[in-house]
Write a protein that binds this ligand. Structure first.
Ligand code: ATP
Length: 316
């Protein structure tokens, strides 16, 4: 599962103290045929970050994570862990446990596999962090999918890993459970490197500092979330009005710096300027001259979703 490459001896003394990424892959490929699989993926997961692997259904997220954690074999390429293999914890999208075990027993068993000196507090702490204290004595077989997913997290957390790989950790949870798990993941930043896959971009934007965008098995982008969002700031503004906005649309359409103007719904107009600077210079002047009753005006917020749609070429 893990390959450790010899590192070149760095001449720069600062570089000597850099332990490198917690995880990287090089040319990782698994071809299922007919264009499906993952192809030539070079993931770089900086140490201590929370890395979100995003992509639509069928993009190859589960395949990529399975190649990394050794559950599937790659056709070519390699996986390099920057932490010892026994310090890596994996939680699959549908964790499986023996149904007759109690939750506490299941977590203890998972913990003993990685730490023979496991203490009862470690187990209790993992159950607490995963929100399962009250279900500690219940049989795992009676758990809902959401609870089983929390149990998978507890089993991953109990060994206090350096790197956690989580496949869709929030997919079976209700909104409150999702928020709790996301808070838990966010709280690991700096202590534990986390890679988690999701197709819920709002979740990724909430907790991840790095992101990898996968589509049709290929990594289209990876880097800091903030950079990705900043790169895709669009020069668009939203204007809320007292009237339906039809007259204002005509006024903006006559301006040569306006690329497009549209009515989102009655009372809400979107103006797409040639550049951010053009919009900032001219919008307020046009509004002033138009005599329109403006409730609010501001740049349209750029988020991970709009950046993702722009990268993957999907229409907004
Ligand atoms: N064992 C397999 N044999 C053949 N094709 C497969 C196999 N596993 C997955 N696929 C196909 O590979 C593609 C990627 O699947 P994968 O499950 O990795 O994507 P995903 O991004 O995790 O999707 P989802 O979000 O729906 O879980 C899909 O088209 C899927 O049908």
């Amino acid at each position: 599962m893990a390959h450790f490459l010899p590192r070149p001896v760095p001449s720069d003394p600062l570089a000597a103290s850099d332990p490198g990424p917690a995880l990287s892959t090089h040319g990782l490929t698994r071809d299922y045929g007919r264009g499906t699989g993952v192809f030539d993926v070079g993931l770089v997961v900086p140490r201590g970050c929370v890395y979100g692997l995003v992509g639509p259904n069928g993009a190859g997220k589960t395949t990529l994570l399975s190649l990394i954690n050794g559950l599937r074999r790659a056709d070519s390429g390699e996986v390099v862990f920057g932490v010892p293999a026994h310090r890596v914890a994996v939680c699959t999208d549908v964790p499986e446990f023996e149904p007759w075990l109690g939750a506490e027993e299941a977590v203890e068993l998972a913990g003993r596999l990685v730490n023979p000196d496991l203490r009862p507090e470690n187990v209790k702490n993992a159950l607490h962090r995963a929100g399962l204290v009250e279900a500690a004595d219940r049989r795992v077989g009676s758990f809902s999918r959401g609870m089983t997913q929390r149990l998978g997290l507890a089993a991953a957390l109990v060994g206090e890993p350096d790197l956690m790989i989580l496949d869709e950790p929030t997919s079976a949870l209700d909104p409150r459970g999702r928020a709790e798990v996301l808070d838990l993941v966010a709280g690991m930043r700096g202590r534990t490197t986390v890679v988690f896959s999701s197709h819920i971009l709002a979740d990724v934007q909430r907790v991840c500092d790095h992101v990898g965008v996968l589509r049709a098995g290929r990594l289209l982008y990876q880097g800091p979330v903030a950079e990705l969002v900043a790169e895709h700031v669009r020069p668009t503004w939203l204007i809320r009005l007292r009237d339906d906005g039809a007259a204002l649309c005509r006024t903006f359409a006559a301006e040569d710096w306006v690329v497009r103007v549209s009515s989102v719904r009655p009372g809400l107009v979107r103006v797409h300027a040639r550049t951010v600077e053009d919009g900032e210079r001219h919008i307020l002047g046009v509004l002033d001259r138009s005599g329109a009753r403006v409730i609010s005006v501001g740049p349209e917020e750029s988020d991970l979703e709009s950046a993702f749609l722009s990268i993957t070429g999907a229409a907004r």
